[in-house]
Ligand binder design. Structure first.
Ligand code: ADP
Length: 593
């Protein structure tokens, strides 16, 4: 499969055609697009048409497009359809220097080659699983929610690539490493890659936050914007222009956004140029310190992007005084690193440096090609169908006879509240469990009364009680563990009935159709997006038209995945692309071989 990658920047389009072995067949770049000066070389759309004309003799099986911002609904790579397009349009105001051009490029590319799939690969994807504390702004949360104000992070494709190269260089799995990646180009951002995941990154709701960039300000006290608005001299458009186009290296130096020219001017004594370089380096160093702090350490720092790859003096400034962190730069290596001809990276630290620093030649196109292939090759579109999860605390189901012996001859179960499963309810009544080692008080009765006694506890409860209960499907209590129940009217010794309930999903036959499963199938359910992602294997499907869709797990299982109320999981039975699921399968295969 040949994949054409289109990486559309604000004034340039880079493209590369990869063959099935990831070798580049053709690559190129169109620059100075959409500029208003004499040098104007046409629009992005014209450039795309031109690129396709150039590639006319080659076979292209799929096209991958880099897209900066797709918002909440588009955080993973997706085949481009009307929904994806609408999401890109919706986020134009958040990424004004990128999304409009991506859209123009996508439309032009689809027009030029409608017969193959086009895939959007998002800059936000790598950051999609940042912890809540990192994506949340400390503003009124109702307003934040209403306006979708949260941090997304960008440059994800580049950060992920740099992190992978760093892991390769260190010859250690990415999952064991704490890395800081610095993408320093016209846009610039830092990322804390903790054990393979983006844990924090400097760009936020839009690509304006964080580091000093070519023409963008990065971090600015929001109070400054208020006072500029109040001054009457700036309206929204004026502020937009100021922060996106007249700030950063360009605003500081007054010489434009090209660091080469700024460095030249600084060497000739230009004060503003020197200041621009200092502010840029200071901000980057500040983020390195912050990210080392949030990860509790760092194994390597990777520089990439036009500035990160080429400016030895900027790298040296950023790394100076970081010896306390364990970074000892090798000046010669740093100076020589800028030309990385035949390698993906160059090391710039000394032998005795505890923390490594490397320069990585960015290769966003390769990452986009890989993602595109992955989307195309996944046989079925990812059906992430959500399943609500109910966490069952320890509870019991009792027979009428046992109930009366515990609560009195004339007692009947008192309704406390309805459960999700129709006809099922929690009761006011509670019993105490008495085990050989300890007792557990206040175990709730669930109604209605049943034909067999069944007490469901977690593994942790078993240890406390000093019993060994088997994992069982509900209702299958024959030969399970004994337990003593204590009620206000007396004790009952059950010779069996104590179980650790097997995790299961209740569903209606319509759900079963939707999920393509049948009664008593076993599936895996993936919990993703929180702090402790987990795939639950051996989940039993129970289909009955009186059931409401709900997965039941116990408190131990919920805690293992850090689940709370109103959690959801997704069926990963068909989701063979999910690395976690693949792992489950591999383990399974190894055990059954
Ligand atoms: P983009 O984010 O648009 O892809 P790049 O990653 O190409 O941008 O980075 C552009 C920046 O890299 C510019 O500020 C440019 O001056 C800087 N740069 C490129 N080469 C050098 C160099 N040899 N020395 C210093 N800066 C450089």
């Amino acid at each position: 499969m040949n994949v054409l990658v289109i990486n559309c920047g604000s004034s340039s389009v880079k493209y590369a055609l990869f063959d099935k072995n990831e070798a580049i067949i053709v690559k190129g770049k169109r620059e100075r697009l959409g500029q208003q000066d004499d040098d104007r070389r046409g629009t992005h759309a014209e450039a795309i048409a031109n690129i396709f004309a150039e590639l006319a003799g080659h076979s292209i099986d799929a096209v991958g497009h880099r897209v900066v911002h797709g918002g909440e609904s588009c955080q993973q790579s997706r085949a481009i359809d009307d929904d994806v397009r609408a999401a890109i349009v919706k986020h134009i105001p958040d990424a004004p220097m990128h999304n409009p051009y991506s859209l123009a490029a996508i439309d032009a590319a689809v027009k030029a080659l409608a017969s193959v799939p086009h895939v959007a690969v998002f800059d936000t994807a790598f950051h999609a699983r940042m912890p809540k504390r990192a994506i949340t702004y400390a503003i009124d949360q109702d307003i934040a929610k209403a306006h979708g104000i949260r941090r997304y992070g960008f440059h994800g494709i580049s950060h992920e690539y740099a992190a992978n190269i760093a892991a390769g260089f260190l010859e250690r799995p990415l999952q064991d490493l704490r890395l800081i990646t610095l993408h320093l180009g016209n846009g610039a951002s830092a990322c804390a890659v903790e054990f393979g995941r983006s844990a924090e990154t400097s760009m936020g709701n839009t690509p304006l936050e964080g580091l000093v960039m070519g023409t963008r300000s990065g971090d600015v006290d929001a109070g400054v914007l208020l006072s500029l608005l109040r001054s009457g001299e700036f309206d929204v458009a004026g502020l937009d222009t100021l922060l996106n186009h007249h700030s950063g290296l360009a605003g500081l130096s007054g010489l434009g956004n090209d660091l080469r020219e700024i460095e030249q001017a600084a060497s000739e004594g230009n004060e503003r140029a020197r200041m621009a370089i200092n502010v840029f380096a200071h901000r980057a160093r500040k983020y390195i310190g912050a990210y080392a702090a949030i990860m509790g350490g760092v194994d390597a720092i990777a520089f990439t992007g036009g500035i990160g790859e080429n400016s030895a003096s900027m790298r040296a400034r950023i790394l100076q005084r970081l010896e306390f962190l364990g970074v000892v730069m090798d000046e010669d290596k740093n100076n020589d690193a800028s030309v990385i001809e035949d390698k993906d990276y160059a090391r710039i630290t000394t032998e005795r440096s505890r923390v490594e620093a490397i320069v990585v030649k960015t290769n966003e196109e390769l990452m986009i090609a890989r993602q595109t292939r992955k989307v195309i090759e996944s046989k079925r579109p990812k059906e992430a169908l959500e399943i609500p999860i109910a966490i069952s605390a320890r509870h019991c189901h009792l027979t009428e006879d046992t109930f009366k012996r515990l609560f009195g001859e004339n007692a009947t179960p008192t309704h406390y509240k309805d459960l999700v499963q129709p006809g099922q309810f929690a009761c006011e009544e509670r019993v105490n469990l008495i085990g050989p080692r300890n007792r557990i008080e206040g175990v709730r009765l669930l109604g209605p009364l049943r034909k067999v006694d069944q007490v469901e506890i977690s593994r942790t409860d078993e240890f406390k009680l000093g019993v060994d209960a088997p994992v069982r499907d509900s209702g299958k209590v024959a030969g399970s563990a004994p337990i003593i129940l204590e009620g206000p009217a007396g004790n009952v010794q059950l010779s069996e009935g104590l179980i650790c309930a097997r995790r299961h999903i209740h569903m209606h036959s319509d759900d079963a159709k939707r999920f393509a499963v049948k009664d008593r199938d076993e599936v895996s359910v993936a919990i993703v997006g929180g702090d402790r992602d987990l795939v639950f294997g051996d989940v039993l499907i129970r289909v009955k038209d009186s059931y409401a869709l709900e997965m039941h797990i116990d408190t131990d299982e919920a805690n293992a995945a850090e689940l709370g109320r109103a959690s959801v999981g997704s069926l990963s039975q068909t989701d063979v692309d999910d690395p976690a699921y693949t792992l489950v399968n591999q383990v399974h295969a190894a055990l059954t071989e």
